[in-house]
Design a protein around this ligand. Structure first.
Ligand SMILES: [Ca+2]
Length: 123
């Protein structure tokens, strides 16, 4: 009970002091809403900083989601390849891509590297 009373007294004294300073012309209040211009500017700066931070956090969350999706796809591929290893141990024939047919070396240059899967990330 006493704590609430003290808080109310401090808040009331702050409002009264602010009102007096504005009325005496010691603090500027161009729009006459009894909120000092310095306070309004500080609040506006904080709002802008918070908006920037929120935007950055959203951007990073989106990027993390993209990378997690890539990892999930890679883990699925590892699972598929591991099944192929088990099948090979059991003696089953190779399925999927077959090795390239043997050709003379001068007509069979080194195989081209496969392009990276997934959309190119612009970072
Ligand atoms: Ca004002």
């Amino acid at each position: 009970m006493n704590t609430i009373l003290v808080i109310l007294l401090v808040a009331g004294a702050s409002v009264a002091a602010s009102y007096l300073l504005i009325k005496l012309g010691k603090v500027q209040d161009k729009d006459k809403d009894l909120i000092p211009d310095a306070v309004e500017e500080a609040v506006e700066d904080v709002k802008q900083d918070v908006e920037k931070k929120v935007k950055e956090v959203k951007r990073r969350a989106k990027r993390v989601k993209e990378e997690v999706k890539d990892v999930v796809e890679a883990v699925k591929e590892v699972g598929n390849q591991a099944e192929d290893v088990v099948d090979a141990v059991k003696g089953k024939p190779r399925k999927g891509r077959k090795p390239a047919a043997k050709q003379p070396q001068e007509n069979n240059p080194a195989p081209k590297r496969r392009p990276r899967r997934g959309p190119k990330k612009a970072d």
